[in-house]
Design a protein around this ligand. Sequence first.
Ligand SMILES: [Zn+2]
Length: 230
Amino acid sequence: MHIYDITAPLSPSLPVYPGDPEVTITPIAQLQWGDAANVSRLVLSSHTGTHLDAPRHFFEEGMAIDSLDLRLLMGPARVCAFPHVTTHLTADDLRPLGLAGVQRLLLQTPNAALWEKTGFQANYIALTESAAHLLVEMGVRLVGIDYLSVDAFECQDFPVHRTLLGAGVLILEGLDLRTVPPGDYELLALPLLLAHGDGAPARAISSCTIACCIGVASQPPYAFGHSMPT
Ligand SMILES: [Zn+2]
């Protein structure tokens, strides 16, 4: 079995969505100070780095992190790649994926390159409202993306979050999918058990058998995208 750790490490250099606090990790006890152990204070938002959005993020009465069905957060997941897109993903981009029966979908986009840059990058690839509606219609229960929001930065009222979370579709944001070949995996993405949380950082991994990885390498049906501009 091969395991891909698709979690962005929590560190002060991690980009955060504008308005969220920067990650700070402050030692409050240190062996080298003569303390009995090393201990740190963490400052971060519930939507820092790789994290899960619960419906409560946008709906006061929505389900919170500690009420979610854990079965949605573990099980088969498909990683689909859009290596050449230059605009936000639409229903037309997603329709050819043949998502019937896919409950967990992780979207790999050119956002991967943004993790190499310092600070928050507003020009990430997100989803459009049409894409969100299609995912709900197709019965997808969890959607993951490889930067800090499923909504475009320029959006006004977060229609993708509202559509997905309103339909009970969980959102996994801030994934690092740089090393993961498109294909079918087992996903495990467990958020911190934050009481009444609107979201929470998660450790996310995807795993597959070696045979699965070989199959993916020789059969690329999961890579889609607009052709490169000429
Ligand atoms: Zn979030």
